[in-house]
Design a protein around this ligand. Structure first.
Ligand code: PRP
Ligand code: URA
Length: 209
């Protein structure tokens, strides 16, 4: 089973605490989410392969390290995952972006699929699946299942806050997927919300309710 990487950098935790505050409005919430996604990308790309290429500095010829150019796809789970895409694209501008639309039925808490559009060469790409909240894990598990049906092999899941229940669900259904989170919270409440969490991420990003 792949491990869970908790990216608990002080800058990330500081920004996350502002996001958790119920008095933080949508504008700041969106900006902070984008910034945290960018900071998390630094860690999630640590395993990217480098190769030596020959370059010429103003002084001499030398060998220098460059990325091998492995192809990346960022796949947000709609809606809330959209809030993380621009931050990742700032560091991986050549990545393609696929979209998976899922919403959680408020009664059953089961995810309902309403959209899926992925790059045609998804099976050759390193995939960063993004969603700020990993609660029961139902949405992430379904999204990973969908990606695998389309041929995806190499999937990393990037979330802001996870409940232990969500981590367990992904690890048991998809042990090959590495999970990156900024924080693991205490538990889920009776409505399936993460405690203490930050509330409904989609509503806070888009100002709906
Ligand atoms: C939220 C969140 C995840 C899901 C997590 O989305 O963004 O996708 O819930 O819950 P789970 O782990 O129990 O499946 P929501 O269904 O509220 O849709 P939205 O992003 O459109 O608001
Ligand atoms: N979805 C959210 O947006 N927040 C939670 O706490 C759980 C699911």
């Amino acid at each position: 089973m792949k491990k869970v990487v908790v990216i608990d950098h002080p800058l990330i935790l500081h920004k996350l605490s502002i996001m958790r505050d119920k008095n933080t409005g949508s504008k700041d919430f969106r900006e902070l989410l984008e910034e945290i996604a960018m900071l998390m990308t630094y860690e999630i790309t640590r395993s990217f392969q480098l190769e030596e290429v020959e370059i010429e500095t103003p002084i001499c010829k030398t060998k220098a390290k460059m990325l091998t150019g492995k192809k990346v796809a960022i796949v947000p789970i709609l809606r809330a995952g959209l809030g993380m895409v621009d931050g990742i694209l700032k560091l991986i501008p050549a990545a393609k972006v696929g979209h998976i639309g899922l919403y959680r039925d408020p009664e059953t808490l089961k995810p309902v699929e309403y959209y899926c559009k992925l790059p045609s060469d998804i099976s050759e790409r390193e995939i960063i699946l993004v969603d700020p909240m990993l609660a029961t894990g139902g949405s992430a598990c379904d999204a990973i299942h969908l990606l695998k049906e389309k041929g995806a092999k190499n999937i990393k899941l990037m979330c802001l806050i996870a409940a232990p229940e969500g981590i367990e669900a992904v690890q048991s259904s998809h042990p090959d997927v590495e999970i990156f989170v900024a924080a693991v919270d205490e538990r889920l409440n009776e409505h399936g919300y993460i405690v203490p969490g930050l509330g409904d991420a989609g509503d806070r990003i888009f100002g709906t309710k």
